[in-house]
Structures are given as C-alpha cells and as structure tokens.
Design a protein around this ligand. Structure first.
Ligand SMILES: NC(=O)c1ccc[n+]([C@@H]2O[C@H](COP(=O)([O-])OP(=O)(O)OC[C@H]3O[C@@H](n4cnc5c(N)ncnc54)[C@H](O)[C@@H]3O)[C@@H](O)[C@H]2O)c1
Length: 426
C-alpha cells in the first residue's frame, strides 16, 4: 500500500475554512429547499401505501416491522411488493395481500404506492431510488446508500432528492438509537472537548459473504428469475446461482465489511460527532480468512480517515473472531468510551467519560433494535415533509467515506475528496 503519498501535515486553518465553506455552499441546497409533496399530499389521517422492492432477508423483515407498526396503530398499508425471483415474490405477497410485480418500474407506476422500501443488492439501491423519486415516491433505502463504484450516481441521487423535494431515509437505523443520541448529546455539550481521534473496531466470526444460502441450486433465468434486472448496470456476465443468491461475495454487487458492516459501526460515530465528508482516506486489508472459495470481497478491512475538522477515525475489522472491540472518542478534555456494545447500531450498556484528572462519569445507555423507530421516523416525515434522522445528505457523507476506503484498497492509493466539486479524487 502506498501510504508515502499522505501529506505529513494536516491542512491549515484557512484551507479548512475555505473547504468547509465550499462544501456548505454545495450542500446548502438542502436547507434552502423545504419539503413539499409532489406526489399524493398526505394528511395526518391518510394511510401511507408502502411498496417493497427486493423481498429477500431484509425486505421481508421490513415488511414484518411495518406490519407490527400497523397493528400498533400506524396508518400505513403494505400495498405492493417486487422481486426478480418469483418464489420470494409470491412468499411476500401471500400473507400481505400486496400486489406483486416482477419489475420495479411497474411497482413505481402503481398509484397506491406512496413510499417504497429498497432492499435489493447494493448496486441496485441508487438506480432504483432515482427511479422512485422521479416517479414521485418517498424512499426508505437500505444501507449502503450506493455501491462502492457509484459515488457520482449517489451524488446525483442526493441532488435530485432535493430538487424533487422527496423524503429519503437511508437504512442506517443506528441514527434512531437512543443510546447514540446520548453520545451525540454528550459530544456536542463538549464532554470531551474538541474531538481529535476516534478509535473503534468491528470484529465478527464470519460474515454474510460466506453464509448466504443457495435455496435452489437448479434455479435458472427465465420467467421466474430476471437475471438482467439483477445485473442492473453491473458487467454483463453469465448467470450462476452463486452470483444470484450469494451476491455479497462479489465486487460487482458488494464490497465486504467496508460497505456491508461498517454502515452499522462507523455511521453512528459520524452522526454523533456531526461529521460530513472526509478529506482523505487510506485502507488496507484483503482476503486473509476465506482463501479457499470464490470470494472476491475482502474479509479484513482497516481504514483511516482524516476530516477537515482536524480529526481522525481509525477502524480495523477482522472476521477471524468476535473478541469484543473497544471504542474511544478522544478530545483534549477527556475520553468517551462505550461499554459492552452488541451489534453497534443497537447501542451498548453504558457510556463513560474519563476526564484527564478526577472521577469518571458513567451514563446508562441500553440496547434495542432501532429499526421500528427508524420506520416511524420515516413515516412521520412522509406526512410532515421534514428531514428524516438518516436523510440523503447524511447518507452521501457516509457513502463518500466508504467509497473512498474501497477505492483506496482496490487501487492501493490514498483517496482524497474534492470539496469544491463534491468528487472523490484517486
Ligand atoms: N440495515 C440492516 O441492518 C440490514 C440488514 C440486512 C441487509 N441489509 C441490506 O439490505 C439489502 C438486501 O440484503 P438481503 O440480505 O436482504 O439480501 P437478499 O439477497 O436476501 O435479498 C435481496 C433481494 O433482492 C432481489 N432482487 C435482486 N435484484 C432485484 C431487482 N432488480 N428488483 C427487485 N428485486 C431484486 C433478490 O431476488 C432478493 O430476493 C443489502 O443492501 C443489505 O446491505 C441491511
């Protein structure tokens, strides 16, 4: 890895102010654009029609979440489902009575659909989300916002969301976790002074890359499986059941821990500290564990990010084992640590502030799956036209960092961010 090209010094104060001013100007579209519904205008008592694009593992779980919210009084209805694999499509349509579509554009043309949930493989998120906002729908888009090769398209999605005044929630559900709200509150109250270094880790025994099941080894493209639609804008390669069902192993559709797992751990820190685009990112790693099968995505991934606020984040990840990580947010007036995290976005047991001298302070936190709260936030914003907690602008900041890290690893170079053009330079 060519880390020699990293400048020895950080940027100076004038450069920092200029670069953040440019970034703010580029992104101030957001605050200048109040949300006004261009699709159906929904009143407080109207039922929101929800359509699902991609009803595999996560899509089905989102259907179950929204159905539970409906049982609890939420005014929404599962009106349509779409999948390119007919077996899953039928399984999702049966219990819900939703209209079934094999093509996402046909679901988007359905006037009963007000909002869509996109839970397809990563490479399809942004193209389908763009189609959805252009069709006048609001969008709950699963993480990662875009595939690692699609930063310019992700920026287009951000720009058009503002222009078309759509409500977009990115599926970084950690942003709806009360434990993370407490971290944000403490950091922003200055509990550790000015944050300069964040160190954390993500450790698991294995990942979904190697575990994704192949339910039908005889499956073939045809009327019950649309391979062309699965590929989207990915290279046109012949069908294999591995690529179709175990797509997380392949770089054309996924990125491994950086884009699949880091949205859960890195994202809540970005949100808690209030960061935007990093100025430079370098990554290392490779396939160090799963060396015996056709996995293309790394299983070991370490990334270092510098932000213009003169702050670094260091995040190693290994799938060798799940020995617990430690996390620390260090400022010049103290260190914030998190105790006993489970799945990161679900929270942790407590937060400790360790000052340079004197007693530590401990704040209770707690773990819960924040996905239902994330949906409630989205649905309430669909009505109010307010900005959701994990909106498209936040999604773009996170996706920039993760895309830069992937490109750094694959190209063996330092990735830099051009704040004036909102572009990755590598
Ligand atoms: N936020 C979270 O905690 C979380 C958890 C799991 C997965 N996810 C995200 O959800 C997404 C889906 O993951 P998964 O585990 O459900 O994968 P999956 O393979 O189980 O489901 C994906 C589904 O999309 C379908 N599909 C493929 N191409 C399509 C197209 N063009 N149109 C419509 N449907 C299409 C597939 O047939 C499949 O049923 C991923 O991007 C993943 O990162 C997020």
């Amino acid at each position: 890895m060519k880390t020699k090209s990293l400048p020895a010094k950080g940027i100076n104060r004038r450069e920092f102010i200029q670069s953040t001013a440019r970034a703010t100007a580029a992104l101030s579209l957001w605050s200048a654009a109040p949300y006004v519904a261009r699709g159906r205008v929904l009143g407080a008592n109207d039922t929101i029609g929800v359509g699902y694009i991609g009803v595999g593992g996560r899509g089905s779980s989102h259907i179950a979440t929204v159905r539970r919210l409906i049982e609890g009084g939420e005014k929404a209805k599962v009106v349509a489902v779409c999948d390119v694999y007919r077996y899953r499509l039928n399984e999702a349509a049966k219990p819900t009575g939703a209209k079934a579509y094999m093509k996402h554009k046909e679901l988007l043309a359905d006037p009963n659909v007000d909002a869509v949930c996109i839970a397809t493989p990563d490479r399809l998120h942004v193209p389908q989300a763009l189609d959805a906002i252009r069709a006048g729908k609001d969008v709950y888009c699963e993480k990662p916002m875009g595939h690692w090769s699609q930063f310019d398209l992700s920026r287009k999605f951000y720009e058009e969301t503002i222009k078309l005044k759509r409500v977009v929630q990115i599926g970084n559900q950690g942003n709806s976790s009360p434990a993370w709200h407490k971290v944000r509150e403490l950091v922003q109250q200055g509990a550790v002074g000015r944050v300069q270094l964040v160190t954390l880790g993500f450790y698991r025994r294995g990942d979904w890359g190697e575990r994704m099941p192949i339910p039908d080894p005889q499956a073939k493209p045809g009327p019950d499986l649309d391979w062309e639609a699965f590929l989207g804008d990915a290279p046109k390669v012949p069908f294999t059941v591995n690529r179709f069902f175990s797509w997380r192993k392949y770089l054309d559709y996924a990125g491994g821990p950086c884009t699949d797992l880091f949205p859960h751990v890195f994202t809540p820190f970005v949100s808690a500290i209030g960061l935007k685009f990093p100025s430079r990112v370098v990554a290392s790693g490779g396939i160090f564990k799963y060396t015996t099968y056709d996995r293309e995505v790394p299983d070991t991934f370490n990334m270092c990010l510098d932000y213009p606020e003169k702050l670094s984040i260091v995040l190693p990840c290994s799938l060798a084992n799940d020995y617990p990580p430690e996390a620390a947010i260090r400022g010049d007036e103290g260190t914030l640590t998190l105790q006993n995290p489970g799945e990161w976005n679900a929270g942790f047991d407590s937060i400790t502030i360790v000052p340079p001298k004197g007693e530590s302070r401990v704040y209770p936190a707690g773990k819960m799956d924040p996905t239902p709260k994330h949906w409630q936030n989205f649905l309430s914003c669909v009505r109010s036209r307010e900005k959701p907690v994990s909106d498209v602008e936040f999604g773009l900041h996170v996706t920039a960092a993760l895309n830069m890290a992937m490109l750094s690893l694959l190209k063996e170079k330092v990735a830099k961010f051009d704040f004036a053009k909102t572009k990755i330079v590598i």
